[in-house]
Design a protein around this ligand. Structure first.
Ligand code: ADE
Ligand code: ZN
Length: 327
């Protein structure tokens, strides 16, 4: 049997992709030109050459600089449509997209511009590619609780356009507890809750995301492997982990993919999924992540491929009827 062909063609859901992380250098320069913005990089090659990351923060600095070319509703639409074309190629049938409104509102871009552009792309992707999409609003954890509350307030007129909230950006020193009250409010509003935890930060941040934020999924969560009790809890409760192998490699969480914990997490019975995180920056979209992971971890076979695809649907926030149809 042809395992790479199975990985490429099996229907799958993507649950951890930052839409700003899908901005390819070519599109960054095209949007800069369209908007009359001058970048500090000389061209596509110079920008790509700067994609040599030592840790999460070294990536975030470049990622926020790249996002600075996004000004108009059309820019957000074009960015998301470029992602959906790639997603269709990768046989993704459902995608839950993170977006970082504070990256844009801090530059004077209205949150409505962001959400309308993305939301229109979701509608178009459903029509053109048959892909169902949903938006998850992420709070930047390096900013204050107050800023997060203000962002939630600005987003509420667009409540029907997003299904949940997440927490991203610099993890170390910005623990889950900093956002306990904002997440409590979001929970009252009936929003789905997720958070990045245990990417660079310790396993205790995963535990705190569950206990203090009441999240339904953990984004990354790979450091959970350090805590046997937590592993048992994640397995028995089927708390999904949205793991991003190429991201972990590029940000030096696992500099060698052959050391990645994914196979061990799966073997321990966790609901592990594979995702691309910021594919324009980390060397590939979802199928590239699947192919690289299965090549680096030869214990992964066809049954694991099916398990990962099934997990992606189980972990998704689609309605129960759709989930059952996919599974
Ligand atoms: N924002 C975009 N990608 C991220 C990641 N991998 N971790 C934290 N914040 C992010
Ligand atoms: Zn992420």
């Amino acid at each position: 049997t042809d395992l790479p062909a199975l990985l490429r063609t099996m229907p799958k859901a993507e649950l951890h992709v930052h839409i700003e992380g899908t901005l390819e250098p070519e599109l960054i320069f095209a949007l800069a030109e369209r908007n009359g913005i001058t970048l500090k990089y000389d061209g596509v090659e110079a920008l790509r050459a700067a994609y040599a990351f030592t840790d999460l923060q070294s990536f975030l600095d470049i990622y926020y600089a790249g996002a600075s070319v996004l000004l108009k509703e059309e820019d957000f639409f074009d960015m998301a449509m470029a992602y959906f074309r790639r997603a269709a190629d990768d046989h993704i049938v459902h995608a839950e997209l993170f977006f970082d409104p504070q990256t844009h509102t801090a530059r004077g871009v209205d949150i409505g511009v962001v959400i309308r552009g993305l939301s229109r792309a979701l509608d178009t992707a459903r029509q053109d590619f048959g892909i169902s999409g949903a938006l998850i609003l992420c709070f930047l954890r390096h900013l204050s609780e107050e800023d997060a509350f203000a962002t939630l307030e600005q987003a509420l007129p667009y409540r029907q356009h997003f299904i949940g909230v997440g927490l991203d950006s610099s993890e170390q020193g910005n623990p889950p507890e900093k956002f306990a009250r904002v997440f409590a409010r979001c929970r009252e509003l009936g929003l789905h809750l997720v958070a990045h935890a245990g990417e660079e930060g310790p396993a205790s941040y995963v535990r705190d995301a569950l206990d203090l934020l009441h999240v339904e999924r953990i984004d990354h969560g790979v450091r959970s492997i350090d805590d046997a009790d937590l592993m048992h809890r994640l397995a028995t409760k089927r708390v999904p982990l949205t793991v991003c192998p190429l991201s972990n490699q590029k940000l030096q969480v696992y500099p060698d993919l052959r050391d990645h914990s994914l196979a061990k997490l799966l073997a321990a019975g966790l609901c592990v999924t594979i995702n691309s995180d910021d594919p324009a920056y980390f060397g590939g979209y979802l199928n590239t992540n699947f192919l690289a992971t299965f090549e680096a971890l030869p214990e992964l076979r066809a049954n694991h491929a099916w398990q990962l695809a099934a997990n992606s649907f189980e972990a998704s926030f689609v309605d129960a009827a759709t989930r059952t149809r996919w599974l």
